[in-house]
Design a protein around this ligand. Structure first.
Ligand SMILES: NC(=O)c1ccc[n+]([C@@H]2O[C@H](COP(=O)([O-])OP(=O)(O)OC[C@H]3O[C@@H](n4cnc5c(N)ncnc54)[C@H](OP(=O)(O)O)[C@@H]3O)[C@@H](O)[C@H]2O)c1
Length: 261
């Protein structure tokens, strides 16, 4: 399968890293990237940088649009002008399919940066989910993690808030842990970040053994103990409310971006 990324920043890079780890040859990936710093990094990975004008010269199975929302609609118009029969898979948050100039040739996907480690979770939607391009897209994203085929485009907003943005909410929480750990071990020879890597990694290991957070918590907590005291404090301060409101804020923003375009 030959694919071309238009816009090769954070998310495209994560998908590319995952695809290369899955064994896809660099010769099957082309990149259109206007940012020279980014382009240099891509060249260092032996990836081919092409001018947008050359996009119709190669028969790409998919063109993946991965630019910021403000750049998306002008970029897609240019792509369709040059390659009217292309199918564009857009990972741009918040812009609904009907806003694109050729909605029937658009597939929407919402991957996360875990694609780089082939542990991504990608929500994907298109009007026609039986066409070859949609099947190609699903199989491509399966190479870099899990794929959830969404039944309606509206589900994309909530999915974005939990899996896309939500990953950053967990990083924010874990950063508080790291800062507290650094406070009690200020001048340690040991690399705290390496210790923390195991701490974070072990959470996934534990979940893979026992896929139930309540029972994982019960293994740590004892009645009247330290964990229980902390958990009660979290509950009293409304942890669930705080997180649910963060999901809602991200979901609302996703809907607003979609109306702004
Ligand atoms: N980051 C994530 O975790 C994530 C997850 C899911 C979806 N998304 C979506 O993916 C999109 C990209 O996000 P990102 O974080 O990867 O952004 P980013 O790091 O800013 O990458 C976008 C890249 O595309 C370049 N670009 C913009 N317009 C272009 C054009 N017409 N031709 C060629 N290159 C162009 C930009 O160059 P300049 O620097 O010159 O602007 C930039 O290097 C966004 O719409 C976002 O909603 C992101």
């Amino acid at each position: 399968m030959k694919i071309c990324f238009v816009g090769c920043g954070n998310i495209a890079q994560a998908i590319i890293d995952g695809l290369l780890k899955s064994g896809i040859a660099t010769s099957n990936i082309a990149c259109v990237e206007r940012n020279e710093k980014r382009a240099k990094l891509l060249r260092a990975q032996c990836l081919q940088i092409i001018e947008l004008e050359k996009i119709s010269l190669i028969d790409f199975n998919l063109i993946i649009l991965a630019v910021k929302p403000k750049d998306a609609l002008s970029a897609e118009k240019n792509i369709f002008k040059l390659a009217p029969n292309a199918t564009i898979l857009t990972v741009v948050a918040g812009i609904s399919i009907k806003k694109y100039s050729q909605p029937d040739a658009i597939i929407r996907a919402m991957p996360n940066t875990a694609c780089a480690f082939r542990k991504g979770i990608t929500g994907i939607y298109a009007k026609d989910q039986n066409c070859t391009a949609f099947k190609n897209a699903v199989s491509l994203f399966r190479k870099v993690g899990h794929v959830l085929e969404l039944k309606s485009e509206n589900e994309m907003h909530r999915f974005t808030s939990i899996i896309g943005s939500g990953q950053a909410f967990l990083y924010q929480v874990l950063n508080i842990y790291l800062q507290e750990l650094e406070k009690i071990l200020p001048n340690q020879e040991t690399d705290i970040k390496l210790i923390f890597e195991d701490f974070v990694g072990s959470l996934g290991d534990a979940f893979s053994q026992e896929q139930n957070f309540e029972s994982l918590i019960n293994k740590i907590k004892s009645p009247g103990g330290t964990t229980q005291a902390g958990l009660e404090s979290l509950e009293m301060n409304g942890l669930s409310k705080i997180l649910l409101e963060a999901f809602e804020a991200a979901e609302d923003r996703s809907m607003k971006i979609s109306n702004e375009q």
